[in-house]
Design a protein around this ligand. Structure first.
Ligand SMILES: Cc1cc2nc3c(=O)[nH]c(=O)nc-3n(C[C@H](O)[C@H](O)[C@H](O)COP(=O)(O)OP(=O)(O)OC[C@H]3O[C@@H](n4cnc5c(N)ncnc54)[C@H](O)[C@@H]3O)c2cc1C
Length: 449
């Protein structure tokens, strides 16, 4: 095994087969794949270390990662033993929770909470051990092109910071300024991007706070998802809460257009969410050890840009590869899968002595056949439909279901039949009777079928 190689002074013009822009999940997956195929790879990361600038909820999904590295060695926080979806009105919570026994068994449904500062650094180390040269504290500012327009390298914020290589892997994440500046993708529409703010909380004064509050033992953890007025007020989005080993990650995400037009500032919305009666007891006496904000692409399959160009490939969030539809929030698995396929395609192209887009086309071909594009296509309709129905789904229905639940279980001297009828009527009047209920079920049938 080679010793890790780290440098902060890139000066390797022409010495590499591929330059990776950003040592996040997609970038490191691509670097590992290419290095193992025998390519000379350099990864350039703007943070002081990989992950230092990364933000996510979150749960890392590991099916592809498992193929690349030994996941047992990774700095994982907890496996996800419980998933819970809560509808919040300003006062009420109505929740569905699942704790399948199988999730306690290896490989734990390939779902683990992680802290990206630690995890991304570890993943980049795996790439370095495979021979990748990692350059930190260096921001790629632009792409270099030759006279025919082929991408031939990058410019960085270092003095004399130009670096040339046959292929550039653009793995810069959702805020993909280099990719956009080079006209390789359009700037995302405001309605296709969510803004997220997140805090990591520790509980120094309450021993066993996480195990007690979330009913956990050993390495089990939870992934809680909240929507409705009580989560993000008037905005289109939701809240989340994940347990790490000794901390809790709590945050909200909603459309940037709502952040501009409708909603108080994100930090105020997060404070309101943390104060909700269903959430407050879970985060009580938490001390904030990290506060971060970031964007999430939500454009679905229509927002995926061209993935290959003469001399470059685009991977991960930079390519809009995130499934974020209220039911699923999956970007980590897509980033790693795309990095893997892109890395393979780059290796084939270099082997063939070509770097044009056609020579790299096995990357989009494999991605289209993979769960990444198939899942994005399957749920592409869901966001738009939910936006059309936002008042019903995020305000009226949560309120009606909370009222119906309260009515159904009310203890007084009326017979149960009266309460059951009242509860049913409360929901039916909100959805437009039995016909409205049937239409609603039909509109959303593809979520489950
Ligand atoms: C609040 C929030 C919650 C989320 N929760 C989940 C979740 O629970 N589960 C899930 O699967 N996904 C989740 N996601 C999505 C997931 O985080 C992303 O899909 C994933 O991180 C994408 O990986 P990436 O490598 O493409 O980009 P990133 O992880 O963003 O990595 C990009 C890297 O490039 C570097 N970089 C950027 N620009 C430059 C430059 N010009 N020069 C050099 N380096 C640069 C950055 O510093 C960073 O290290 C969440 C996202 C957010 C914002």
């Amino acid at each position: 095994m080679t010793e890790p190689t780290e440098t902060t002074d890139p000066n390797y013009d022409g010495a590499f087969d591929a330059i990776v822009v950003g040592a996040g999940l997609a970038g490191s997956a691509a670097a590992i794949t290419m290095a193992r195929e025998g390519l000379d790879v350099i990864a350039i990361e703007r943070g002081s270390s990989p992950g230092a600038k990364n933000v996510f909820g979150g749960v890392l999904y590991t099916p592809t990662l498992r193929e690349l590295v030994d996941v047992d060695d990774a700095p994982l926080e907890r496996y996800v033993a419980e998933k819970r979806f809560s509808m919040l009105t300003p006062e009420d919570e109505t929740a569905v929770s699942m704790r399948p026994g199988a999730w306690h068994e290896e490989p734990h449904n390939d779902s683990y909470t992680v802290l990206r500062g630690e995890f991304d650094e570890w993943l980049a180390e795996q790439a370095v051990e495979d021979g990748t040269v990692l350059v930190t504290e260096t921001t790629v500012t632009d792409l270099l092109r030759d006279e025919r327009g082929t991408i031939v390298g990058v410019d960085t914020d270092r003095p004399n910071g130009e670096l040339r290589a046959p292929i550039v892997v653009l793995a810069e994440g959702a805020n993909s300024l280099v990719t956009e500046r080079a006209d390789l993708k359009e700037t995302a529409d405001r309605s296709d991007v969510a803004v997220a703010v997140k805090e990591v909380l520790e509980f120094p004064d309450t021993e066993g706070a996480i195990e007690q509050r979330f009913r956990l033992t050993d390495e089990a953890g939870v992934s809680y998802h909240y929507f409705g007025e009580g989560a993000v007020g008037d905005a289109f989005g939701g809240g989340f809460l994940y347990t790490n080993e000794d901390t809790v990650s709590v945050g909200i995400a909603y459309r940037i257009s709502d952040a501009v037009d409708r909603q108080p500032k994100p930090e105020e919305t997060l404070n309101a969410f943390k104060s909700h009666p269903a959430v407050a007891p879970l985060v009580r006496n938490g001390r904030t050890v990290e506060y971060t904000a970031k964007t999430i692409p939500e454009g679905g399959p229509d927002a995926i840009p061209d993935l290959v160009h003469d001399g470059a490939v685009v991977v991960g969030d930079a390519a809009g590869l995130v499934l974020n539809n209220g039911v699923h929030l999956e970007g980590t698995n897509m980033a790693i899968e795309s990095g893997y396929h892109a890395g393979r395609a780059v290796a084939e192209a270099i082997e063939a002595g070509r770097v044009d887009a056609a020579a790299l086309s096995s990357y989009p071909e494999h991605l289209e056949g993979s769960f990444v594009v198939r899942n994005l296509e399957r749920y592409g309709w869901l966001m738009e439909r939910a936006i059309e129905d936002r008042d019903l789904l995020f305000a009226d229905l949560p309120r009606a279901i909370a009222d119906a639940g309260e009515e159904y279980f009310r203890i007084d001297r009326d017979p149960k039949a009266v309460h059951a009828e009242n509860a049913k009527e409360r929901v039916l009047e909100t959805v437009g009777g039995w016909t409205g209920a049937a239409k609603l079920a039909w509109r959303y049938r593809k979520v489950v079928s």
